[in-house]
Design a protein. Structure first.
Length: 464
Protein backbone atom coordinates (compact mmCIF):
# COMPACT_ATOMS: atom_id res chain seq x y z
CA UNK A 1 0.00 0.00 0.00
CA UNK A 2 1.45 3.36 -1.02
CA UNK A 3 1.87 5.69 1.93
CA UNK A 4 0.83 9.32 2.09
CA UNK A 5 4.47 10.00 2.84
CA UNK A 6 6.09 7.56 0.39
CA UNK A 7 8.04 10.16 -1.67
CA UNK A 8 11.13 10.28 0.50
CA UNK A 9 11.45 6.53 0.80
CA UNK A 10 13.22 4.14 -1.51
CA UNK A 11 12.12 0.91 0.12
CA UNK A 12 8.75 -0.51 1.15
CA UNK A 13 8.02 -0.53 4.88
CA UNK A 14 8.69 -3.88 6.50
CA UNK A 15 5.34 -5.65 6.89
CA UNK A 16 5.67 -6.08 10.63
CA UNK A 17 6.69 -2.46 11.04
CA UNK A 18 3.70 -1.43 8.99
CA UNK A 19 1.32 -3.42 11.14
CA UNK A 20 2.92 -2.18 14.37
CA UNK A 21 2.73 1.41 13.22
CA UNK A 22 -0.77 1.38 11.79
CA UNK A 23 -3.73 2.67 13.80
CA UNK A 24 -6.59 2.07 11.37
CA UNK A 25 -7.99 -0.88 13.33
CA UNK A 26 -8.87 1.41 16.21
CA UNK A 27 -8.92 4.95 14.83
CA UNK A 28 -11.50 3.95 12.23
CA UNK A 29 -14.12 4.94 14.74
CA UNK A 30 -13.05 8.56 14.12
CA UNK A 31 -14.27 8.52 10.50
CA UNK A 32 -17.12 10.94 11.09
CA UNK A 33 -14.97 13.43 12.97
CA UNK A 34 -12.22 13.15 10.35
CA UNK A 35 -14.67 13.93 7.57
CA UNK A 36 -16.38 16.72 9.51
CA UNK A 37 -12.99 18.32 10.20
CA UNK A 38 -12.01 18.01 6.53
CA UNK A 39 -15.25 19.63 5.38
CA UNK A 40 -14.57 22.60 7.68
CA UNK A 41 -10.94 22.80 6.54
CA UNK A 42 -11.90 22.76 2.84
CA UNK A 43 -14.63 25.36 3.41
CA UNK A 44 -12.13 27.66 5.09
CA UNK A 45 -9.44 27.07 2.41
CA UNK A 46 -11.89 28.21 -0.26
CA UNK A 47 -13.01 31.28 1.68
CA UNK A 48 -9.37 32.21 2.08
CA UNK A 49 -8.79 31.87 -1.66
CA UNK A 50 -6.57 28.80 -1.30
CA UNK A 51 -9.05 26.51 -3.07
CA UNK A 52 -11.40 27.46 -5.88
CA UNK A 53 -15.13 27.09 -5.37
CA UNK A 54 -15.39 24.10 -7.76
CA UNK A 55 -12.53 22.42 -5.87
CA UNK A 56 -14.26 23.00 -2.54
CA UNK A 57 -17.52 21.70 -3.93
CA UNK A 58 -15.87 18.55 -5.31
CA UNK A 59 -14.06 17.93 -2.00
CA UNK A 60 -17.14 18.45 0.15
CA UNK A 61 -19.32 16.29 -2.12
CA UNK A 62 -16.63 13.62 -2.20
CA UNK A 63 -16.28 13.63 1.59
CA UNK A 64 -20.05 13.46 2.07
CA UNK A 65 -20.32 10.53 -0.31
CA UNK A 66 -17.57 8.70 1.61
CA UNK A 67 -19.44 9.35 4.85
CA UNK A 68 -22.72 8.11 3.38
CA UNK A 69 -21.07 4.98 1.99
CA UNK A 70 -19.33 4.17 5.26
CA UNK A 71 -22.56 4.62 7.19
CA UNK A 72 -24.61 2.52 4.79
CA UNK A 73 -21.99 -0.21 4.86
CA UNK A 74 -21.22 0.17 1.15
CA UNK A 75 -17.65 1.20 1.93
CA UNK A 76 -15.77 -0.62 4.63
CA UNK A 77 -12.80 0.88 6.39
CA UNK A 78 -10.07 -1.41 5.29
CA UNK A 79 -6.97 -2.29 7.31
CA UNK A 80 -4.80 -1.75 4.26
CA UNK A 81 -4.75 1.97 5.05
CA UNK A 82 -2.36 3.20 7.73
CA UNK A 83 -4.91 5.27 9.58
CA UNK A 84 -8.32 6.89 9.20
CA UNK A 85 -6.80 10.05 7.73
CA UNK A 86 -5.11 8.07 4.94
CA UNK A 87 -8.29 6.11 4.33
CA UNK A 88 -10.40 9.24 3.85
CA UNK A 89 -7.82 11.05 1.73
CA UNK A 90 -7.10 8.06 -0.52
CA UNK A 91 -10.80 7.45 -1.07
CA UNK A 92 -11.38 11.11 -1.80
CA UNK A 93 -8.63 11.16 -4.43
CA UNK A 94 -10.07 7.97 -5.95
CA UNK A 95 -13.44 9.62 -6.21
CA UNK A 96 -12.64 13.18 -7.32
CA UNK A 97 -9.08 13.06 -8.62
CA UNK A 98 -6.72 16.03 -8.39
CA UNK A 99 -8.93 18.32 -6.29
CA UNK A 100 -8.73 15.67 -3.57
CA UNK A 101 -4.96 16.06 -3.47
CA UNK A 102 -5.38 19.68 -2.39
CA UNK A 103 -7.36 18.94 0.78
CA UNK A 104 -4.27 18.48 2.92
CA UNK A 105 -2.97 21.98 2.11
CA UNK A 106 -2.03 23.77 5.33
CA UNK A 107 -2.73 20.74 7.46
CA UNK A 108 -0.83 17.89 9.09
CA UNK A 109 -2.05 14.61 10.45
CA UNK A 110 -0.84 15.94 13.77
CA UNK A 111 -3.45 18.68 13.99
CA UNK A 112 -5.92 16.45 12.19
CA UNK A 113 -5.73 13.67 14.77
CA UNK A 114 -5.72 16.22 17.58
CA UNK A 115 -8.96 17.60 16.15
CA UNK A 116 -10.58 14.21 15.50
CA UNK A 117 -9.87 12.97 18.99
CA UNK A 118 -11.12 16.18 20.55
CA UNK A 119 -14.34 16.15 18.51
CA UNK A 120 -14.93 12.52 19.40
CA UNK A 121 -14.22 13.05 23.08
CA UNK A 122 -16.44 16.13 23.16
CA UNK A 123 -19.40 14.02 22.00
CA UNK A 124 -18.54 11.34 24.52
CA UNK A 125 -18.50 13.85 27.37
CA UNK A 126 -22.00 14.94 26.36
CA UNK A 127 -23.18 11.33 26.05
CA UNK A 128 -21.89 10.41 29.51
CA UNK A 129 -23.51 13.51 30.91
CA UNK A 130 -26.86 12.47 29.44
CA UNK A 131 -26.57 8.99 30.96
CA UNK A 132 -25.68 10.50 34.32
CA UNK A 133 -28.76 12.67 34.06
CA UNK A 134 -30.95 9.59 33.47
CA UNK A 135 -29.40 7.90 36.47
CA UNK A 136 -30.04 10.96 38.64
CA UNK A 137 -33.68 10.93 37.53
CA UNK A 138 -34.12 7.34 38.74
CA UNK A 139 -32.34 8.09 42.01
CA UNK A 140 -34.47 11.17 42.61
CA UNK A 141 -37.69 9.29 41.99
CA UNK A 142 -36.70 6.63 44.52
CA UNK A 143 -35.89 9.41 46.97
CA UNK A 144 -39.31 11.01 46.55
CA UNK A 145 -41.06 7.70 47.09
CA UNK A 146 -39.08 6.66 50.15
CA UNK A 147 -38.97 9.58 52.57
CA UNK A 148 -40.19 7.28 55.33
CA UNK A 149 -38.66 3.99 54.29
CA UNK A 150 -36.49 3.33 57.31
CA UNK A 151 -33.21 1.48 57.16
CA UNK A 152 -30.07 1.29 59.23
CA UNK A 153 -27.27 3.68 58.43
CA UNK A 154 -23.84 2.09 58.81
CA UNK A 155 -20.34 3.03 59.78
CA UNK A 156 -17.65 0.33 59.57
CA UNK A 157 -20.48 -1.77 58.07
CA UNK A 158 -21.89 -1.88 61.61
CA UNK A 159 -25.32 -0.51 62.29
CA UNK A 160 -24.93 3.07 63.48
CA UNK A 161 -28.05 5.25 63.37
CA UNK A 162 -31.37 4.92 61.61
CA UNK A 163 -31.86 6.67 58.34
CA UNK A 164 -34.13 6.38 55.30
CA UNK A 165 -33.76 5.01 51.82
CA UNK A 166 -34.32 8.54 50.47
CA UNK A 167 -31.39 9.76 52.51
CA UNK A 168 -29.12 6.88 51.52
CA UNK A 169 -29.90 7.38 47.83
CA UNK A 170 -29.42 11.11 48.32
CA UNK A 171 -25.74 10.47 48.98
CA UNK A 172 -25.43 8.93 45.52
CA UNK A 173 -27.37 11.81 44.00
CA UNK A 174 -24.63 14.12 45.28
CA UNK A 175 -21.88 11.92 43.82
CA UNK A 176 -23.38 11.63 40.36
CA UNK A 177 -24.29 15.30 40.35
CA UNK A 178 -20.63 16.13 41.00
CA UNK A 179 -19.75 13.78 38.14
CA UNK A 180 -21.99 15.80 35.86
CA UNK A 181 -20.40 19.03 37.00
CA UNK A 182 -17.04 17.52 36.10
CA UNK A 183 -18.33 16.72 32.60
CA UNK A 184 -19.47 20.29 32.15
CA UNK A 185 -16.17 21.61 33.40
CA UNK A 186 -14.12 19.37 31.10
CA UNK A 187 -16.32 20.28 28.16
CA UNK A 188 -15.85 23.98 28.75
CA UNK A 189 -12.09 23.70 29.10
CA UNK A 190 -11.56 21.41 26.10
CA UNK A 191 -13.80 23.22 23.66
CA UNK A 192 -11.02 24.91 21.64
CA UNK A 193 -10.03 23.90 18.15
CA UNK A 194 -6.49 22.66 17.38
CA UNK A 195 -7.01 22.62 13.60
CA UNK A 196 -4.57 24.92 11.82
CA UNK A 197 -1.70 24.14 14.19
CA UNK A 198 -0.14 22.19 11.33
CA UNK A 199 2.61 19.74 12.22
CA UNK A 200 3.69 21.89 15.19
CA UNK A 201 4.48 25.45 14.13
CA UNK A 202 1.37 26.62 12.33
CA UNK A 203 1.46 27.06 8.56
CA UNK A 204 2.49 29.70 6.05
CA UNK A 205 -0.95 29.70 4.45
CA UNK A 206 -3.36 32.43 5.47
CA UNK A 207 -5.64 30.03 7.34
CA UNK A 208 -8.58 31.44 9.26
CA UNK A 209 -8.50 29.39 12.44
CA UNK A 210 -11.37 31.32 13.99
CA UNK A 211 -13.52 30.27 11.08
CA UNK A 212 -12.80 26.52 11.34
CA UNK A 213 -13.23 26.72 15.11
CA UNK A 214 -16.65 28.26 14.61
CA UNK A 215 -17.68 25.86 11.87
CA UNK A 216 -16.89 22.96 14.19
CA UNK A 217 -18.74 24.40 17.18
CA UNK A 218 -15.71 25.34 19.27
CA UNK A 219 -15.49 28.42 21.46
CA UNK A 220 -12.36 29.48 19.53
CA UNK A 221 -8.98 28.26 18.28
CA UNK A 222 -6.28 26.96 20.62
CA UNK A 223 -3.55 29.54 21.19
CA UNK A 224 -0.28 27.64 20.88
CA UNK A 225 0.35 25.37 17.91
CA UNK A 226 2.85 23.15 19.75
CA UNK A 227 0.49 22.61 22.62
CA UNK A 228 -2.39 22.09 20.17
CA UNK A 229 -0.82 18.99 18.64
CA UNK A 230 0.59 17.54 21.83
CA UNK A 231 -2.16 18.25 24.36
CA UNK A 232 -4.14 15.29 25.62
CA UNK A 233 -4.98 16.86 29.00
CA UNK A 234 -8.67 16.93 28.19
CA UNK A 235 -8.59 13.19 27.62
CA UNK A 236 -6.77 12.61 30.88
CA UNK A 237 -9.32 14.79 32.66
CA UNK A 238 -12.13 12.86 31.04
CA UNK A 239 -10.61 9.50 32.00
CA UNK A 240 -10.12 10.77 35.55
CA UNK A 241 -13.76 11.85 35.67
CA UNK A 242 -14.84 8.51 34.19
CA UNK A 243 -12.75 6.73 36.81
CA UNK A 244 -14.60 8.68 39.47
CA UNK A 245 -17.95 7.76 37.91
CA UNK A 246 -16.89 4.11 38.04
CA UNK A 247 -15.73 4.45 41.63
CA UNK A 248 -19.20 5.75 42.51
CA UNK A 249 -20.96 3.04 40.51
CA UNK A 250 -18.73 0.45 42.12
CA UNK A 251 -19.53 1.59 45.65
CA UNK A 252 -23.22 1.61 44.85
CA UNK A 253 -22.91 -1.85 43.27
CA UNK A 254 -21.18 -3.16 46.35
CA UNK A 255 -24.05 -1.92 48.52
CA UNK A 256 -26.64 -3.46 46.24
CA UNK A 257 -24.77 -6.78 46.32
CA UNK A 258 -24.81 -6.65 50.12
CA UNK A 259 -28.48 -5.59 50.24
CA UNK A 260 -29.37 -8.37 47.80
CA UNK A 261 -27.55 -11.04 49.84
CA UNK A 262 -29.48 -13.77 51.64
CA UNK A 263 -28.46 -12.31 54.99
CA UNK A 264 -29.69 -8.78 54.30
CA UNK A 265 -32.57 -9.19 51.87
CA UNK A 266 -33.19 -5.45 51.69
CA UNK A 267 -33.72 -5.55 47.93
CA UNK A 268 -34.60 -7.87 45.14
CA UNK A 269 -32.94 -7.29 41.80
CA UNK A 270 -35.33 -7.81 38.92
CA UNK A 271 -35.07 -11.11 37.05
CA UNK A 272 -34.19 -9.21 33.90
CA UNK A 273 -31.05 -7.90 35.61
CA UNK A 274 -29.98 -11.13 37.35
CA UNK A 275 -28.48 -14.38 36.21
CA UNK A 276 -28.63 -17.96 37.46
CA UNK A 277 -26.17 -20.69 38.24
CA UNK A 278 -25.51 -23.66 35.98
CA UNK A 279 -25.39 -25.99 38.97
CA UNK A 280 -27.29 -24.41 41.86
CA UNK A 281 -30.96 -24.09 40.90
CA UNK A 282 -31.81 -21.73 43.77
CA UNK A 283 -29.34 -19.06 42.69
CA UNK A 284 -30.16 -15.59 41.43
CA UNK A 285 -26.94 -13.68 41.22
CA UNK A 286 -26.37 -9.91 41.06
CA UNK A 287 -24.00 -10.24 38.11
CA UNK A 288 -24.64 -6.80 36.65
CA UNK A 289 -23.68 -5.09 39.89
CA UNK A 290 -20.63 -7.34 40.18
CA UNK A 291 -19.56 -6.65 36.61
CA UNK A 292 -19.95 -2.90 37.05
CA UNK A 293 -17.79 -3.17 40.17
CA UNK A 294 -15.31 -5.34 38.28
CA UNK A 295 -15.08 -3.15 35.20
CA UNK A 296 -13.94 -0.22 37.30
CA UNK A 297 -10.42 -1.62 37.06
CA UNK A 298 -10.12 -1.30 33.31
CA UNK A 299 -11.29 2.32 33.39
CA UNK A 300 -8.68 3.17 36.04
CA UNK A 301 -6.23 1.29 33.80
CA UNK A 302 -6.99 3.58 30.86
CA UNK A 303 -6.27 6.63 33.02
CA UNK A 304 -3.00 5.21 34.33
CA UNK A 305 -1.97 4.15 30.85
CA UNK A 306 -2.44 7.59 29.31
CA UNK A 307 -0.84 9.43 32.22
CA UNK A 308 2.17 7.15 31.86
CA UNK A 309 2.30 7.47 28.08
CA UNK A 310 2.29 11.26 28.26
CA UNK A 311 4.75 11.75 31.07
CA UNK A 312 8.00 11.61 29.11
CA UNK A 313 6.99 13.06 25.78
CA UNK A 314 8.95 16.09 24.58
CA UNK A 315 7.12 18.70 22.52
CA UNK A 316 5.50 18.43 20.13
CA UNK A 317 3.84 15.38 18.47
CA UNK A 318 5.42 11.98 19.03
CA UNK A 319 4.04 8.66 17.92
CA UNK A 320 3.64 7.56 21.53
CA UNK A 321 0.48 9.64 21.46
CA UNK A 322 -1.21 7.19 19.13
CA UNK A 323 -1.50 5.10 22.31
CA UNK A 324 -4.10 7.58 23.59
CA UNK A 325 -6.88 5.76 21.76
CA UNK A 326 -7.49 2.08 22.38
CA UNK A 327 -7.82 2.10 26.12
CA UNK A 328 -9.59 5.45 26.16
CA UNK A 329 -12.18 4.15 23.69
CA UNK A 330 -12.59 1.06 25.81
CA UNK A 331 -13.09 3.19 28.92
CA UNK A 332 -15.68 5.38 27.18
CA UNK A 333 -17.62 2.33 25.96
CA UNK A 334 -17.37 0.62 29.32
CA UNK A 335 -18.63 3.57 31.33
CA UNK A 336 -21.57 4.15 29.02
CA UNK A 337 -22.57 0.47 29.12
CA UNK A 338 -22.23 0.44 32.89
CA UNK A 339 -24.27 3.60 33.35
CA UNK A 340 -27.08 2.38 31.11
CA UNK A 341 -27.28 -1.07 32.70
CA UNK A 342 -26.92 0.19 36.22
CA UNK A 343 -29.73 2.70 35.69
CA UNK A 344 -31.97 -0.05 34.34
CA UNK A 345 -31.15 -2.31 37.26
CA UNK A 346 -31.89 0.46 39.74
CA UNK A 347 -35.18 1.41 38.08
CA UNK A 348 -36.48 -2.15 38.34
CA UNK A 349 -35.10 -3.11 41.76
CA UNK A 350 -37.68 -3.78 44.52
CA UNK A 351 -37.20 -2.81 48.14
CA UNK A 352 -38.21 -5.07 51.00
CA UNK A 353 -39.24 -2.25 53.24
CA UNK A 354 -40.32 -4.39 56.20
CA UNK A 355 -36.97 -6.08 56.38
CA UNK A 356 -35.18 -2.76 56.08
CA UNK A 357 -37.22 -1.26 58.93
CA UNK A 358 -36.81 -4.38 61.09
CA UNK A 359 -33.08 -4.22 60.55
CA UNK A 360 -33.06 -0.55 61.53
CA UNK A 361 -34.85 -1.43 64.77
CA UNK A 362 -32.37 -3.89 66.10
CA UNK A 363 -28.66 -3.35 66.46
CA UNK A 364 -29.05 -0.37 68.84
CA UNK A 365 -29.34 2.22 66.08
CA UNK A 366 -31.30 4.32 68.59
CA UNK A 367 -28.52 4.33 71.21
CA UNK A 368 -27.38 7.85 70.29
CA UNK A 369 -30.96 9.07 70.57
CA UNK A 370 -31.30 7.39 73.96
CA UNK A 371 -28.18 9.28 75.11
CA UNK A 372 -29.60 12.50 73.66
CA UNK A 373 -32.81 11.81 75.61
CA UNK A 374 -30.85 11.73 78.86
CA UNK A 375 -29.10 14.95 77.87
CA UNK A 376 -32.58 16.44 77.54
CA UNK A 377 -33.17 15.35 81.13
CA UNK A 378 -30.12 17.25 82.30
CA UNK A 379 -27.46 14.50 82.16
CA UNK A 380 -24.12 15.71 80.65
CA UNK A 381 -23.52 13.97 77.30
CA UNK A 382 -20.38 12.10 78.39
CA UNK A 383 -22.25 10.60 81.39
CA UNK A 384 -25.26 9.82 79.21
CA UNK A 385 -22.95 8.00 76.77
CA UNK A 386 -21.67 5.84 79.65
CA UNK A 387 -25.17 5.06 80.93
CA UNK A 388 -26.43 4.01 77.51
CA UNK A 389 -23.28 1.93 77.02
CA UNK A 390 -24.14 0.00 80.17
CA UNK A 391 -27.74 -0.26 78.99
CA UNK A 392 -26.58 -1.76 75.71
CA UNK A 393 -24.51 -4.35 77.59
CA UNK A 394 -27.56 -5.15 79.73
CA UNK A 395 -29.60 -5.71 76.54
CA UNK A 396 -26.90 -7.82 74.88
CA UNK A 397 -26.83 -10.09 77.94
CA UNK A 398 -30.59 -10.56 77.65
CA UNK A 399 -30.69 -10.62 73.86
CA UNK A 400 -33.12 -7.70 73.70
CA UNK A 401 -33.27 -4.08 72.58
CA UNK A 402 -33.49 -0.78 74.49
CA UNK A 403 -37.08 -0.08 73.46
CA UNK A 404 -38.17 -3.57 74.62
CA UNK A 405 -37.07 -2.97 78.23
CA UNK A 406 -39.62 -2.09 80.90
CA UNK A 407 -39.48 1.31 82.56
CA UNK A 408 -38.36 -0.43 85.79
CA UNK A 409 -35.43 -2.03 84.03
CA UNK A 410 -34.53 1.31 82.47
CA UNK A 411 -34.80 3.07 85.81
CA UNK A 412 -32.54 0.45 87.39
CA UNK A 413 -29.80 1.85 85.17
CA UNK A 414 -30.74 5.54 85.41
CA UNK A 415 -33.54 7.16 87.36
CA UNK A 416 -33.79 9.88 84.70
CA UNK A 417 -35.75 7.59 82.39
CA UNK A 418 -39.47 8.42 82.17
CA UNK A 419 -42.38 7.10 80.17
CA UNK A 420 -41.59 9.41 77.26
CA UNK A 421 -38.39 7.44 76.50
CA UNK A 422 -40.25 5.01 74.24
CA UNK A 423 -41.47 7.71 71.91
CA UNK A 424 -38.09 9.46 72.02
CA UNK A 425 -36.24 6.41 70.71
CA UNK A 426 -38.79 5.09 68.22
CA UNK A 427 -37.52 4.75 64.68
CA UNK A 428 -39.89 7.42 63.45
CA UNK A 429 -38.79 9.93 66.08
CA UNK A 430 -35.11 9.13 65.60
CA UNK A 431 -35.41 9.96 61.90
CA UNK A 432 -37.88 12.84 62.15
CA UNK A 433 -35.80 14.71 64.67
CA UNK A 434 -32.84 14.83 62.31
CA UNK A 435 -33.86 18.07 60.71
CA UNK A 436 -30.73 19.95 59.82
CA UNK A 437 -30.26 20.34 56.09
CA UNK A 438 -28.59 17.23 54.71
CA UNK A 439 -30.04 14.98 57.43
CA UNK A 440 -32.67 12.25 56.87
CA UNK A 441 -35.64 13.99 58.58
CA UNK A 442 -38.42 14.08 55.95
CA UNK A 443 -38.82 17.87 56.20
CA UNK A 444 -35.12 18.39 55.58
CA UNK A 445 -35.16 15.82 52.77
CA UNK A 446 -38.10 17.55 51.08
CA UNK A 447 -36.10 20.77 50.85
CA UNK A 448 -33.16 18.94 49.30
CA UNK A 449 -35.39 17.07 46.87
CA UNK A 450 -36.89 20.38 45.71
CA UNK A 451 -33.36 21.66 45.00
CA UNK A 452 -32.51 18.49 43.05
CA UNK A 453 -35.72 18.70 41.04
CA UNK A 454 -35.02 22.26 40.04
CA UNK A 455 -31.47 21.25 39.12
CA UNK A 456 -32.60 18.40 36.86
CA UNK A 457 -35.39 20.40 35.24
CA UNK A 458 -33.93 23.86 34.78
CA UNK A 459 -30.34 23.23 33.85
CA UNK A 460 -29.51 24.82 30.53
CA UNK A 461 -27.86 22.37 28.22
CA UNK A 462 -24.30 23.52 27.64
CA UNK A 463 -23.64 20.56 25.38
CA UNK A 464 -26.19 21.56 22.76
N1 LIG B 1 -2.28 7.66 13.89
C1 LIG B 1 -1.66 8.83 14.43
C2 LIG B 1 -2.12 9.05 15.86
O1 LIG B 1 -3.07 8.46 16.22
C3 LIG B 1 -2.03 10.01 13.60
C4 LIG B 1 -1.03 11.08 13.59
C5 LIG B 1 0.12 10.69 12.79
N2 LIG B 1 1.10 11.71 12.69
C6 LIG B 1 2.34 11.43 12.33
N3 LIG B 1 3.14 12.40 12.26
N4 LIG B 1 2.71 10.21 12.10
O2 LIG B 1 -1.52 9.78 16.62
Amino acid sequence: MAQLWGGRFTKETDAQVYAFNASIDFDKRLYRQDIEGSVAHATMLQRQGILTEPERQAIVDGLRSILADVESGKLSIDSKYEDIHSFVEANLIDRIGDAGKKLHTGRSRNDQVALDMRLYTRDQVAAVDELLKDLLGVILQTMEENLETYMPGFTHLQKAQPTTLAHHYGAYFEMFKRDRLRMKDIYTRMNYCPLGAGALAGTTYPLDREMTAELLGFAGPTLNSMDSVSDRDYLIEFLAALSTVMMHLSRFSEEIIIWNSNEYQFVEIDDAYSTGSSIMPQKKNPDIAELVRGKTGRVYGALMSLLTTMKGIPLAYNKDMQEDKEMAFDAMDTVQDCLALFTGMLATMKFKKDRMAASAMNGFTNATDAADYLVGKGVPFRDAHGIIGRLVLYCIDRNTSIDALSLEELKSISDRFEDDIYDAISLKTCVEKRLTIGAPGPDAMKKVIAIHKAYLEDETDIFA
